[in-house]
Design a protein around this ligand. Structure first.
Ligand code: 26W
Length: 824
């Protein structure tokens, strides 16, 4: 593959030639010898990249010259997906490229599809970071993203005999969107010991000595904005053995193997993205990744600040750092360390600067996801940081004690150090103490963190430190790119594409809700999107689905709290209902295709069991002649960003059915509604705000409320047996071996029937099923359904990540956009 690209380069074929069609005959011959679509992709990508570089340089110069406050977004995950289509949109020459490629005999879609997804993330948190980068650039904010350049992104998922199999995702063979900056490196220290001594002036000096060094090398990725020439920077760090570290003595003495092993150990740090979503496992390599990335980023930020020769007190006026969950919390400690150990500031002065600089976003209340690191692990890997954490904790607890002298238990509850065996560092508490603002990602979630996991901190700091910024999505990728025909139809009514920059303009669609022709086109577009998905399903699974059926989609990470098991149990009930009907009664049944997709963490056995059950149900249902087209069950392999771009526009109903109080926000709910799909959901996360915006009559809500969840759980243990009778029938069917070896699914059933049903599957089952029945009825009235779809889209303006970024900028970062003048 690499050779092909080199061939393109050696052939003298200029990237621009591919686009404009001015290809010399010699090149035409040459290109015939290599995988032609790849050559077309690389040529097109390089051409657009050339254009981006110019604006990228200008933007960086402008931001340096202007020297305004910048926002640095620290995230261990950036789930970018593909870049070419987005680059074409933002550069604004997609039409030219399309025509050029057409002339050369290429379809632009095929060329776009050549690109490997940049899948440096697990799910919601990583994709949110990618949407934020898009909005920051589109709104001209001086912003940098900082992350890790994993050699392997999230694994590729194969399904074999109904089981998930993980394949490594090596994605860097040819990546035209990154620029190695071998001139930008940082040496990062690990292990070693702390030396405290008094210098000649009687001042205490602390230094961290020995241990090992690993070098961080910067790779820069341009982030173009839409409708502006701003191109921001995403800097990803890659690890390699430090040149000081590569042990030439070993090498020369013939100990070649161990010299190479050292090198590999260094490279391991940025080798692979941890595939756990919402589960903390406490692995040393993960802590190494976190420190490596925080230290390199902080060093870079401080280096940039120092060039301006400002006083340290101005640091928070120049720098805002946002922590995307607790993963980058060490950045707080690292900045304090730099200021006191290296720059010689007094503790209190330094700490004042640190707390004004950081903001922390919480993305989950699940207890198993809250990061804790064992003190002995810390002591070994980052001895100086552990001391600083102890000091932060000491001063914090002293303050708490003064304020709440009577509450003896408070200290133990809020301590950054948990007094367990072994002791643990509670990263969320450290993040709160070290930040000036803490935010949740949807209203309910922000309320929940204030009343549950962070309740004591609200008492200590007062409510103003805690705020809400409801998530959003970029309409450029999730409407215009994913659903070009819908975007075009909207633009035709709104008089242009301004809505892609100001999504509230969508409300101008409301008057068209009774426009017959408009509705017809709206329906045709949905149908065409369903046909496209049906083709994908046929190609990848061999199952033919009827695009006229209701498409019911649940795509997201597989997790018990997201309740794909509730969905598949509902599907089994539907299957049993159809089977029990007489042939003439079956004619009245509305055909449905239940579509699932998503990855399970490799070590999450229960999630893997759910995938297995979905596939086994599919095998039986899809081949049952009694059922035919009335029900199909599909599991789409390897769900990722580019598949989401095909799936999202094709749904009639999508499912957002987490146990109330468990899904912090959800963002796919927003994507589906923005594409004219309706949703079935619980009163959880952003579903609540979506309902408020688009109107209750346009959402299918069901299930228990978050305030009742605790009591219900309690009842499961102390009340009588609770399995819903309809659900019990489903369990009996599974136990009878209808879907193969019943033993394979016994744990899934036991979790509900015997082990307390933590996620309230049985409690919500009845309400879920009757709401699904209501959906069938509603879908039969297509005219009304279309009205709901149009009205919903018209009222989705709030959920753009542009609004969200403006809220962060105003209420947390205190930064202004940097206006781009025409002559720039
Ligand atoms: C330490 C392991 C780990 C890894 C990832 C713990 C937690 C995470 C993430 C915080 C999980 C995540 O992606 N959370 C999702 O964040 C989205 C963006 O805010 C929300 O929309 C989702 O509701 C939330 O589950």
């Amino acid at each position: 593959f690499e050779a092909c690209i080199t061939d393109v380069g050696n052939s003298g074929l200029r990237a621009e030639d591919l686009i404009t069609g001015r290809m010399r005959p010699a090149c035409r011959d040459h290109i015939g010898k290599i995988p032609i679509q790849l050559a077309a992709y690389s040529g097109t990508a390089l051409a657009f990249r050339d254009r981006l570089i110019i604006d990228w340089n200008k933007t960086q110069q402008r931001q340096t010259f202007d020297d305004q406050k910048r926002i640095y977004y620290l995230s261990l995950e950036f789930l970018m997906g593909r870049t070419l289509d987005n680059a074409m949109l933002n550069v604004g020459l997609k039409k030219v490229a399309k025509e050029g490629l057409d002339d050369l005999g290429f379809r632009i879609e095929d060329v776009i599809n050549q690109e490997h997804d940049a899948a440096l993330g697990n799910g919601g948190l990583g994709r949110l970071a990618a949407c934020f980068l898009d909005s920051l650039a589109s709104l001209n904010y001086p912003a940098w993203g900082y992350g890790l350049r994993y050699r392997y992104g999230i694994f590729k998922q194969d399904i074999e005999n109904g089981y998930q199999v993980e394949i490594p995702d090596y994605w860097l063979d040819f990546n035209p969107w990154e620029f190695a900056r071998h001139d930008v490196t940082v040496d990062v220290q690990f292990y070693g010991w702390v030396n405290k001594h008094t210098d000649d002036d009687g001042k205490q000096v602390v230094s961290w000595q020995d241990g090992e060094l690993v070098t961080a090398v910067a790779y820069d990725v341009p982030i173009p904005g839409y409708g502006t020439s701003t191109v921001n920077n995403l800097r990803l760090w890659s690890s390699k053995a430090s040149s000081g570290e590569f042990d030439f003595s070993k090498f020369n003495s013939g100990d070649y193997e161990s010299a190479v092993a050292d090198q590999q150990r260094a490279e391991t740090i940025s080798a692979v993205l941890y595939p756990n979503d919402n589960l903390e496992r406490g692995k040393e390599l993960r802590l190494k990744q976190q420190y490596f990335w925080c230290a390199a980023s902080l060093h870079d930020i401080v280096r940039r600040f120092k060039k301006t020769q400002r006083k340290w007190s101005e640091f928070p006026d120049q720098v805002a750092i946002q922590l995307n969950d607790t993963h980058p919390t060490l950045a707080i400690v690292e900045l304090q360390r730099i200021l006191i150990d290296k720059e010689g500031l007094e503790w209190d002065v330094a700490w004042g600067i640190v707390t004004k600089t950081f903001g922390y976003t919480n993305h989950t209340v699940l207890p198993e996801a809250l990061e804790k690191w064992s003190v002995p692990l810390f002591q070994n890997l980052l001895p100086r940081h552990l001391q600083i954490i102890y000091d932060i904790n000491l001063f914090f607890l002293q303050g708490v004690e003064r304020r709440f002298p009577k509450d003896r238990e408070m200290l133990g509850r809020v301590s950054i150090i948990e007094e367990s065996q072994p002791k643990m560092v509670r990263m969320a508490y450290l993040a709160i103490v070290g930040s000036h603002k803490v935010n949740g990602v949807a209203e309910l979630h922000s309320d929940l963190i204030k009343t549950t996991i962070f309740k004591d901190f609200v008492k200590i700091y007062g409510p103003d430190k805690f705020t809400n910024v409801t998530n959003g999505i970029t309409p450029r990728r999730w409407l215009h790119q994913a659903n070009p025909r819908l975007s075009e139809l909207i633009a035709s009514k709104l008089g242009g594409y301004d809505f892609l920059k100001d999504l509230t303009l969508l409300n101008k669609l409301e008057p068209f809700v009774d426009d017959k022709d408009f509705k017809k086109e709206w329906a045709e577009i949905k149908y065409a999107n369903k046909v496209r998905l049906a083709q994908h399903i046929l190609k990848t699974t061999g199952v033919s689905v009827n695009p006229k059926a209701l498409f019911d989609v649940q795509v997201k990470r597989i997790h018990e709290y997201k309740r794909q098991q509730l969905n598949i149990f509902g599907v089994i009930r539907r299957y049993l209902t159809i089977k029990a009907l007489k042939p003439e009664e079956r004619k009245k049944v509305l055909p449905r295709v239940s579509i699932f997709g998503g990855k399970a963490a490799p070590g999450y056995w229960m999630a893997k069991t759910i995938i297995h059950l979905i596939n086994k149900v599919g095998e039986v249902v899809n081949n049952d002649p009694d059922v035919g087209d009335l029900l199909k069950v599909i599991f789409i392999e390897d769900y990722n960003v580019s598949k989401a771009e095909i799936i999202t526009p094709a749904s009639d109903i999508s499912e957002h059915i987490s146990t109330a109080g468990t899904e912090a926000s959800g963002t796919s709910n927003m994507k589906f509604v923005l594409n004219g799909g309706l949703i079935i959901g619980t009163l959880d996360g952003a579903n609540i705000e979506i309902t408020r915006e688009i109107g209750e009559q346009n959402v299918f809500l069901f299930g228990n409320l978050s305030e009742d969840v605790e009591d219900l759980r309690h009842n499961h243990f102390y009340g009588e047996s609770h399995v819903d009778p309809e659900l019990a029938k489903v369990f009996d069917t599974i136990k009878a071996g209808t879907f193969g070896d019943e033993g394979a699914f016994s744990a899934l059933i036991a979790a509900i029937a015997e082990h307390g049903d933590y996620y309230l599957v049985s409690d919500d089952f009845h309400s879920y099923c009757s709401t699904q029945d209501l959906i069938d009825e509603s879908y039969k009235n297509q005219d009304e359904w279309l009205s709901k779809s149009i009205l919903s889209v018209a009222r989705m303006g709030f959920f753009t990540s542009d609004r969200c970024i403006n809220e962060y900028a105003d209420s947390i970062w205190n930064i202004e956009p940097l206006q781009v003048k025409d002559e720039d």
